[in-house]
Design a protein around this ligand. Structure first.
Ligand code: GAF
Length: 387
């Protein structure tokens, strides 16, 4: 949404111009899936698709929200906010306000209109973008002085306590810390991070939207998180240095197979292997262009997510199978929480058009489904936009 369109919509609705315009991007993740809540490593980036916000203090004690894309409004007194029914779009904003208040902020009434172009249900973290945009905007408008990492943590808390998904930090981190042309590796234990450029002359990241979102995504996500916690607890009985799956080795998992049980052992193995893949992939990126090796790691990540972690679905598996045959594809895998959404594909730049044509035809032929694709550009994280 352009700054002019947003300003116009805001002014029409609230009767005064916004004081601040903010852009908050969605995210992709090159590798490191379901590792963030195991204190592991992730390698996401922010994308050009984003949610934009107009904000202004309104001189009352009311928060007035306008969701431009859903043509829907919500209003509440600041002192009365509480989680709404699950799935309500205002939970993300309200959760952020609650987090700021909890940290001592006096939040006065404000108006907020927002809308964007992150396809919903595509696994590109439109919810994290909403949380991060509001957190960043209120922090600036009210001069609260939180640093960017604190804002990511406040946004994550909103997801836990208002959206009721026990997510890790990756999505909020990527939306706030993205850098144009780069992916960024985050160590979810120490919160240290490092940027890696992606050479777009050689390769592009193409997202293929399966168009499905299975209802069990949120509940299965929380279940995986519990299984990992349980795995870490069992492993810690033998080695007290294991504080999370980040600390475990494959040998330790193998040795505790009986106690873990078959399912939890597989979950643990996936997490340990995926962390190793993030390390290996970033070594390849640092060493220059080794796209075949990078691609193999991406394919291996999908296999683990499908077979050991069991968060893929038939449509995503078909997309990855097709990518194996597609012109220019180095690697492909499901991305994000799973059970639908997009695959991420590393594709030779010169072959992107052929790749997309092949995938589109193949998805239609195999499943009778229409494929939406996005050639992404890695973008900057949350920031102000100027009219
Ligand atoms: C979702 C979560 F929000 C992230 O924290 C992360 O766990 C991801 O699924 C899986 O890697 O996007």
């Amino acid at each position: 949404m352009t700054a002019a369109a947003l300003t116009h919509a805001f002014t029409q609705h609230f009767g005064a111009a916004p004081a601040l315009l903010v852009r908050a991007p969605g995210r992709l993740n090159l590798i490191g899936e379901h590792t963030d809540y195991n204190q592991g490593l992730v390698l996401p980036g922010a994308i050009t698709q984003a949610v934009s916000f107009g904000l202004r203090l309104n001189g009352t004690d009311k928060i007035r929200l306008r969701a431009l894309d859903f043509d829907s409004d919500y209003e509440v007194a600041v002192g009365d906010i509480k989680p709404l029914e699950q799935g309500h779009w205002a939970n993300y904003q309200l959760g952020v306000v609650a987090g700021l208040v909890q940290r001592g902020a006096q939040v006065p009434g404000f108006d907020c209109a927002f809308g964007g172009d992150i396809p919903s249900g595509a696994g590109l973290s439109s919810s994290a973008a909403v949380e991060c945009g509001v957190a960043w905007g209120l922090n600036k408008m009210l001069d609260l002085g939180h640093d960017t990492m604190a804002l990511a943590l406040i946004a994550q808390q909103a997801e836990h306590e208002y959206a009721m998904v026990q997510c890790g930090l990756m999505d909020q981190f990527a939306s706030l810390f993205g850098r144009a042309g780069h992916v960024v590796r985050l160590d979810c234990r120490t919160l240290e991070y490092a940027y890696f450029p992606l050479d777009t002359a050689a390769c592009r990241l193409v997202l293929c939207n399966s168009g499905v979102k299975h209802a069990l995504a949120d509940s299965e996500y929380n279940t995986r998180r519990e299984e990992c916690g349980e795995g870490a607890r069992i492993l810690a009985e033998k080695n007290p240095n294991i504080k999370s799956l980040r600390d475990a080795t494959l040998a330790e998992i193998e040795a505790a197979k009986e106690e873990l049980g078959e399912v939890i052992a597989r979950r643990c193995r996936y997490v340990v292997e995926e962390n190793a893949r993030v390390e290996e992939l970033t070594e390849h990126l640092s060493a220059g262009r080794q796209l075949h090796e990078v691609g193999e790691l991406i394919y291996a990540s999908h296999n683990g997510l499908r077979d050991d972690y069991e968060v893929s679905c038939a449509e995503l598996d078909v997309l990855v199978e097709l990518a194996h045959e597609a012109p220019g594809a180095y690697g492909a895998r499901m991305m994000g929480g799973g059970f639908g959404g997009c695959t991420i594909n590393l594709v030779a730049t010169a072959e992107v058009d052929n790749f997309i044509a092949f995938m589109t035809q193949g998805y239609q032929d195999r499943l009778g489904l229409k494929l939406e694709t996005y050639i992404t550009t890695l973008a900057d994280g949350v920031g102000e936009i100027f009219a």
